[in-house]
Write a protein that binds this ligand. Structure first.
Ligand SMILES: [Zn+2]
Length: 402
């Protein structure tokens, strides 16, 4: 998450070289640690005195600890091994999955320390959702390691999410939630709280993990309980002022007729292809949970599902939607997540359709891949900003040479 790219935390044109060097020392420790001051200097090319100053400050700030002393190359010159203190910073990531609120305590090293799951009834309203957030937060608090610094709570949500003013406008899954202001939660828990759309956090994570995506245009499509997408242009996840973007699931298939959608409109793509819409039709065929996308993905990956009438119909709708999305954005990379595309036959059908329909000049220019395990990056992608802004202050070199 943060650690492996922290060397570029002082980005842009204006940064002090010594701050960049401190960040690189930290990154080296995060990537190749435990290691000694000497090996950091050798591998980064940073002067040993600067490495020592940076390490001294990081130890004082409790971001780095020394582990063992090993014999150096020359007798009588032992070297101290250093490692990152991953539990120095923690943040809470909350996200919704089907009708559950899931809460994970994440540390600086990208590890999930503990998780909590709270069911949410379809009738949950603003008060009920905020209470579930507070209760979930309190239930993971006992797992916070001693001397950890809690940075805040990031929520990954579905529906219309106005991240700019921290307001969850609406979600088809919980019709009683309207204009929920998370400033209330922030004041109640006395912690920073930020919100974002789940697929934006997932894409943020993918971009973060793949430096090559910083120079590319990436389309992320989620086909699961609902259908949504997000888009990153040159490494920046796009959004709108009203909190919706790339809402392919609620584009209309027909204006004359169609089925009622959860969003209140008629004839949306979701009514033909989302899991919520075809769940009843496939229930007899699929063994196991139809609400847990991760479990369902595992199930679907091993089953013969591509020719099931409802899945075949859904696939044909999604392939058309994907083609249309491609025509709008012309992405270099398309990443698809969700249980359906964990099935190879379904995924290959989508790919084959794209290949056959795209014009020659575009056909070989787009990479399409399916990721497994559902939304997993968003859990970390959403709290990334907390760690980054906290580390930016820490990774400036203060001390004078000693
Ligand atoms: Zn709709």
């Amino acid at each position: 998450m943060v650690l492996t790219t922290v060397g570029s935390i002082h980005d842009g044109e204006r940064y002090r070289l010594k701050d960049r060097e401190k960040a690189l020392v930290f990154q080296e420790l995060a990537t190749n640690g435990p290691c000694s001051r000497k090996s950091i200097a050798e591998r980064t090319g940073i002067r040993p005195t600067t490495v020592s100053r940076a390490v001294k400050e990081l130890i004082e700030d409790r971001f780095v600890t020394s582990t063992a002393t090993v014999e150096g190359e020359r007798p009588g010159r032992p070297e101290v091994m250093l490692r990152i203190e991953s539990n120095r910073l923690v943040a809470v990531s909350m996200y919704v999955q089907a009708r559950e609120l899931r809460t994970a305590l994440i540390n600086l090293g990208e590890q999930t320390i503990c998780e909590h799951v709270a069911p949410l009834s379809p009738h949950t309203d603003n008060t009920g959702f905020l209470k579930a957030c507070s209760d979930s937060f309190r239930s993971v608090l006992p797992c916070v390691p001693p001397r950890s610094e809690m940075l805040g709570i990031a929520l990954s949500l579905v529906g219309t999410v106005a991240a700019g003013n921290n307001t969850w406008i609406s979600a088809a899954r919980w019709r009683n939630i309207r204009a929920l202001d998370f400033g209330l939660l922030s004041r109640r828990l006395e912690l920073p709280v930020t919100i974002n759309r789940m697929q934006d956090a997932e894409l943020q994570y993918l971009v973060q993990k793949n430096p090559a995506y910083h120079d590319k245009n990436v389309l992320f499509l989620h086909w699961g309980f609902g259908i949504g997408a997000s888009y990153a242009h040159g490494g920046v996840v796009m959004g709108s002022t009203i909190g919706r973007f790339c809402e392919i699931g609620h584009t209309r298939l027909s204006i004359e007729h169609g089925k009622a959608c959860q969003c209140g409109a008629v004839g949306c793509l979701e009514t033909e292809a989302a899991l919520w819409a075809i769940r009843q039709e496939i229930a007899d065929h699929i063994k196991g949970s139809l609400t847990d996308e991760r479990e369902l993905g595992r199930t679907m990956s091993t089953m013969d599902i591509a020719d099931h009438p409802a899945i075949d119909r859904a696939t044909r709708h999604v392939m058309l939607a994907l083609l249309n999305l491609h025509q709008v954005f012309y992405p270099d990379v398309i990443v698809i997540a969700g249980p359906f595309t964990e099935n190879q036959a379904v995924f290959q059908r989508l790919c084959a359709f794209l290949r056959s329909e795209l014009p020659d000049y575009a056909r070989d220019q787009v990479e399409v891949l399916a990721v497994t395990g559902g939304f997993h990056g968003s859990v970390r992608g959403s709290v990334y900003r907390f760690f980054r802004s906290r580390l930016k202050g820490t990774l400036t070199l203060n001390g004078s040479p000693n």
